[in-house]
Design a protein around this ligand. Structure first.
Ligand code: GRF
Length: 217
């Protein structure tokens, strides 16, 4: 079998996207493996998911470090020690400094629950509802120094429905996140998509949708 890309996943919470990546990586034909899961929150639900899957975990409570630089240096060292080739942020609730982003540029990705560049930042679903847009979604993108900025690898469009509240909408979007994140990792690990000069470039063509959607239809 060809060599699998070694990924490190950074989480802060329940880790349902981590679980989607764990499940994908358990398929024999998936071109990546998780070698390390890092959390900045002790006891984060995702850590138990990693342990159940037999994946190494490390916890770095950010408040225990004298500076942001010291915290981030610990993350960086842990990934390097584990031989990580791609960092996947999955609900990792820390803003990362430019030095760390630059060190991992093109080798660090994130998932955000909106159709970026619309609705970056926190409280995404409520802002989507307040704006009255008919579609939202999720985006897997390379990490750059601006929050939720960076070249887009995969997006899923998800309809906003009458009667949605932020909780209902978040759950609908999350279901698509669990498809989008493994797909993005597969595209990168297989070499189908590459980071080139700040862009996500298609190297091998993949099927793409041919139709748009109306909402309401
Ligand atoms: C997801 O909605 C992700 O897009 C956002 O935080 C949430 C994390 O969920 N950044 P989980 O911990 O993966 O379940």
């Amino acid at each position: 079998m060809t060599k699998k890309l070694k990924i490190g996943v950074q989480i802060s919470g329940q880790g349902s996207n981590l679980q989607a990546l764990i499940d994908a990586c358990q398929r024999p034909d998936f071109p990546a493996e998780i070698v390390l899961v890092i959390s900045n929150v002790a006891g984060a639900g995702g850590l138990a998911r990693a342990e159940r899957a037999g994946i190494a975990i490390r916890t770095f409570p950010h408040q225990d470090y004298p500076t942001r630089q010291a915290f981030e240096a610990a993350l960086d060292a842990a990934h390097n020690e584990a031989g990580v080739e791609l960092i996947c942020n999955a609900g990792f609730m820390r803003i990362l400094s430019p030095w760390l982003v630059q060190r991992w540029q093109g080798r660090m990705i994130n998932i955000h629950p909106s159709l970026l560049p619309a609705f970056p930042g926190l409280h995404t679903h409520q802002r989507v509802l307040d704006a009255g847009v008919r579609f939202t979604g999720c985006t897997v993108h390379f990490v750059e120094t601006g929050v939720d900025e960076g070249a887009i690898i995969v997006q899923a469009a998800v309809p906003v429905l009458a009667g949605d509240d932020a909780t209902i909408l978040a759950a609908r979007v999350l279901g698509y996140e669990h498809q989008a994140y493994p797909l993005a990792v597969r595209l990168l690990a297989s070499g189908a998509v590459q980071y080139q000069a700040g862009k996500a470039v298609w190297v091998k063509k993949r099927p793409t949708p041919t139709t748009g959607l109306l909402n309401p239809c």
